[in-house]
Design a protein around this ligand. Structure first.
Ligand code: FAD
Length: 501
């Protein structure tokens, strides 16, 4: 029988994973990637001997035998590196108090109660919840597309999910900001809201994170995000896949409502049996397919009302060893500071000394992530104020760093700024979104119910990646690539197989 061909748009983690599973299942696979590197958002960049990591803070699936670990083994992603686990997720301080977010729920409970005995009950409920989620097998939602589950598999799915239905309803519908408001202690009222990076984050998301960090299943792969992506790229190439870099797809070719190929900006045409788009969702639907395959639900999803995460990253290479300092500290400010036109009440500072590969000996990488408004940067993009504004932001940041780490100002050797426009330019993601739809209580039901991976009436076409898995993340992007191939195998009446690397 003729070998079937799958064309994949995007060499991010979703596209690479789809490519690996397609090769394992006997398809001829080509990935088209517009950048000259694999990984998409899962990336890092070098400046004067420093490696600035642009993605992974924690990766689900790093724990032997735990959810998502087997998938990473199939993708050859972790065999090359050691895993760095943190026992402290981060610290939050207002200068007078300090909250240490231990990943061990008992230790965290003790510490929180020490800060505020009067919040004991609330603290206990939260830490109990974290404890319970240590047993939660999140991968059960992604092991196989739901449309392919057999009766027995549905029963197994139900059995695994049942104990979590009440906790999910309770903690999935409560944002960190709302949860914080229940605390009596004024410092915890402020600090808890920032515990999971954005105050709209569902508390359940943070609980799962702490739970997986505690069980050693949310570590940092030494070497960082680009090395991680390169390992999956290597696996894809070893499985016989082909990847074209600097190859931006301009259109998905369709004949009689069947996707038959892609045309690149160079006008090169490639024909295939299946097309998987593993890149920006909006660009896929409205540009590559010219908005021809829509329904009301899709139009509503992309009308701009759903939350997204646009951010700025300021990275510094510093001639100082910060290894003895806590690796991640969020400083609550007495007075808000205006950054890129918006008031900010806190600034989070992270150093990467836990991974010596990322900076020359005795030196440190320091990174700050600042949530910012895409439109603000877009209005000035390509003109002088854009560069000036970036410098202004890093100037503000450096002044704060000098206050918190006296002497550091003089030790800065490299400064690098990335805005939402940088993310958009390098990865094509709408508004530079770092995770597709931001996970909030509004988008949580989309995650639980699942978003369709096909478009109405369009055959032989699938979407994979962060725009079809709300909240994104590296493991969910990879799992969605795997799910696309599982569905294609089923439609081609082939048994889906996996190979360990
Ligand atoms: C700062 C930051 C921190 C993060 N932290 C974490 C974390 O700690 N843990 C975690 O799990 N996740 C984290 N994430 C999220 C995670 O990186 C993403 O959700 C995930 O990598 C998305 O993968 P993807 O393959 O779906 O999309 P992408 O990475 O966006 O890949 C899409 C690819 O398609 C290419 N492309 C786009 N258009 C075209 C076209 N027309 N033709 C050809 N190629 C095209 C792009 O260049 C890109 O390579 C973080 C992200 C950021 C930015």
């Amino acid at each position: 029988m003729k070998e079937k061909k799958i064309l994949i748009i995007g060499g991010g983690i979703a596209g690479l994973a789809a490519g690996c599973y397609a090769q394992m299942n006997g398809y001829k696979t080509i990935i088209f990637e517009m950048h000259n590197l694999p990984g998409g958002l899962c990336t890092a960049w070098e400046r004067k001997g420093y490696t600035f990591d642009g993605c992974i803070h924690y990766l689900f699936g790093t724990g032997e035998g735990q959810p998502f670990n087997q998938m990473w083994k199939e993708l050859g992603a972790l065999q090359h590196c050691s895993i760095i686990n943190h026992h402290e997720y981060q610290r939050i301080t207002d200068g007078d108090h300090s909250l240490i977010i231990y990943t061990n729920p008992s230790r965290l409970e003790e510490h929180l109660v020490e800060i505020s005995p009067e919040d004991r009950d609330l603290i206990h409920q939260f830490c109990e919840g974290v404890n319970q989620f240590t047993q939660f097998d999140m991968e059960v939602m992604y092991q196989k597309p739901r449309s392919l589950l057999t009766g027995t598999e549905w029963a197994e799915f139900g059995r695994k999910m049942a104990p979590y239905l009440i906790p999910m309803a309770r903690w999935g519908q409560l944002s960190a900001g709302e949860f914080a408001a229940h605390f009596k202690h004024p410092f915890l009222k402020r600090a808890i809201a920032h515990m999971f990076s954005w105050d709209e984050a569902p508390v359940m998301m943070g609980m799962c994170l702490l739970a997986y960090m505690h069980t050693g299943n949310a570590g940092f792969p030494a070497g960082g995000s680009l090395e991680f992506a390169r390992a999956v790229e290597k696996r894809f190439l070893e499985l016989g896949g082909e990847i074209y870099y600097n190859a931006q797809v301009e259109k998905i070719l369709v004949e009689d409502d069947v996707a038959i190929g892609v045309r690149l900006y160079t006008d090169e045409i490639h024909l295939g049996d299946w097309v998987i788009s593993a890149c920006d969702g909006r660009g896929t639907i409205f540009d590559l397919l010219e908005g021809r395959y829509l329904n009301k639900q899709i139009q509503r999803m992309y009308d701009g009302h759903l939350p997204m995460h646009s951010m700025m990253q300021v990275s510094l290479g510093v001639n100082r060893d910060l290894a003895a300092e806590p690796h991640w500290v969020t400083h609550l400010l007495d007075e808000p500071v205006l950054i890129a036109g918006e008031p900010h009440h806190e600034i989070g500072v992270k150093h990467y000394c836990f991974d010596p590969a990322l900076a020359p000996p005795g030196k440190s990488v320091v990174e700050l992530i600042i949530r910012t408004n895409y439109a603000y940067w877009q209005r000035i993009y390509g003109r002088r104020p854009y560069d000036e504004e970036q410098r202004q932001v890093s100037g503000i940041i450096r002044d704060y760093l000098e206050e918190w780490y006296p002497g550091l100002h003089q030790q800065v050797e490299v400064v690098d700024e990335a805005t939402p426009l940088s993310y958009e330019r390098y990865t094509g993601n709408w508004m530079g979104s770092t995770c597709g739809w931001l996970l909030t209580k509004e988008t949580m039901p989309m995650l639980i119910k699942g978003i369709p991976k096909t478009l109405p009436k369009l055959k032989n076409f699938f979407m994979a990646g962060q725009w079809v898995e709300p909240g994104g993340s590296v493991p969910l992007a990879a799992a969605s690539g795997k799910n696309a191939i599982q569905t294609i195998c089923s439609l081609d009446q082939k048994e889906f197989v996996v190979l360990l690397s």
